[in-house]
Design a protein around this ligand. Structure first.
Ligand code: SF4
Length: 178
């Protein structure tokens, strides 16, 4: 298989999750990273995750694209529910799919498929819907098998590893028992 003919745009939610994804993708795909995670609470946390993702891209010599900087609307993400997570996934995955299409990638996929804490089937279903809607191929793989291996490897190298999903509600649930 010729890697250059299999250009994949990987939406990277954080460095540890992308490490699991790369364990699956690196052999057969020419991967670039795409950063779009606008609801990480708060800005310091956003910066830590983004800096860590950039550092990982540099370590692997991978191109790092980003859509925009921190934009936070407190009201939208106040209540975590299945519907809020759905919106959160849709926003991020639609952005990566459109970028993949406009920039001639063969596939898009996401490191959200790495974490056992994410709603895996929902991420997959939304990605498939977006793929059909925007006519850009989605590369599905279950990266969860390598989640702890990837995360531990990066932790040992001194990478930042977060303690909650991303939005302020997930922060409160983790640290304030709400
Ligand atoms: S819990 Fe995670 S997936 Fe759900 S809305 Fe918050 S950041 Fe998004």
């Amino acid at each position: 298989m010729n890697k250059s003919q299999n250009k994949v745009l990987l939406h990277i939610c954080c460095a540890p999750c992308s490490a699991s994804s790369m364990k699956v993708l690196h052999t057969n795909y020419n991967v670039s990273f795409y950063w779009y995670n606008p609801n990480i609470w708060d800005f310091d946390e956003y910066k830590k995750r983004k800096d860590s993702a950039i550092k990982y891209a540099k370590e692997l010599n991978i191109t790092f694209y980003e859509h925009q900087n921190f934009v936070y609307n407190y009201k939208i993400w106040e209540k975590e529910s299945l519907e809020t997570c759905k919106l959160c996934y849709c926003l991020r995955l639609a952005k990566v799919a459109l970028f993949a299409k406009s920039n001639n990638f063969d596939f898009f996929t996401t490191s959200l498929l790495s974490s056992p804490y994410q709603k895996h089937d929902l991420v997959k279903q939304i990605s498939e819907n977006i793929s059909s809607q925007y006519l850009v191929k989605f590369l599905y793989a279950d990266f969860r098998e390598f989640f702890y291996e990837g995360k531990n490897e990066l932790k040992q190298k001194g990478y930042y590893t977060q303690k909650y999903c991303a939005c302020n509600k997930s922060y409160k649930e983790r640290f304030e028992n709400k």
